[in-house]
Write a protein that binds this ligand. Structure first.
Ligand SMILES: [Zn+2]
Length: 190
């Protein structure tokens, strides 16, 4: 009998393995699709539209952002090269959106995303939708990297920017309020 192989230092902890998590999501959400933005004409059209309506403030749609619409997760360039735990955390965020689409339907979610109060500058519906998902980002980060990582000021600054900048069309340009939401979720994960 041969000796057991030494543990592989590069092996992904199965609890935070993005591929395993995706399989679990497929079981939870039948019809789930995963598409690469680069190979998808619909994604290229969204990319162009976002650049136009945000005057170029959102120009990283293809290169940085993972997007969920309906039962489809759209992946940006370089996704496979990202740290597996980071991918797991991102999928936790996207899973919230998949469940929102299941809860409200494609049209209901799209209306909530775009209509109240204004499509840009004061997008209360979009801010609520994204807050529910970013709260999960903080929870997942604490689970995968430890509570100190969830409290990293760089993560906080990144999330505040998502709400207050053109990244999501200036959806909720009130940093003090976003900081209070983050304080509340960090209390929860502590
Ligand atoms: Zn999101």
């Amino acid at each position: 009998m041969s000796a057991p192989a030494p543990p592989d230092p590069d092996a992904v902890d199965p609890r935070f393995d993005p591929d395993r998590y995706l399989e679990a999501l497929r079981a939870e959400l039948p019809g789930l699709r995963v598409v690469e933005k680069e190979r998808d004409g619909f994604s290229r059209a969204i990319d162009l539209a976002l650049k136009l309506v945000t005057f170029g403030a959102q120009r990283h749609y293809m290169s940085r952002y993972v997007t969920t619409i309906g039962r489809t997760i759209y992946l940006p360039r370089g996704w496979a090269e990202r740290d597996p735990r980071m991918r797991w955390c991102t999928l936790r965020h996207e899973a919230v959106h998949l469940r929102q689409f299941r809860r409200w339907g494609l049209v209901g979610t799209a209306l909530l995303y775009l209509v109240p109060i204004l499509p840009m500058g004061l997008a209360w519906g979009r801010a609520r939708i994204e807050w529910e998902a970013y709260a999960e980002t903080f929870r997942a980060t604490a689970e995968a990297f430890g509570p100190a990582a969830a409290r990293d000021p760089a993560l906080r600054a990144h999330v505040v920017r998502q709400f207050t900048s053109g990244a999501y069309g200036w959806m909720w340009p009130f940093p003090a309020q976003v900081h209070r939401w983050i304080d509340a979720i960090l209390d929860e994960v502590a």
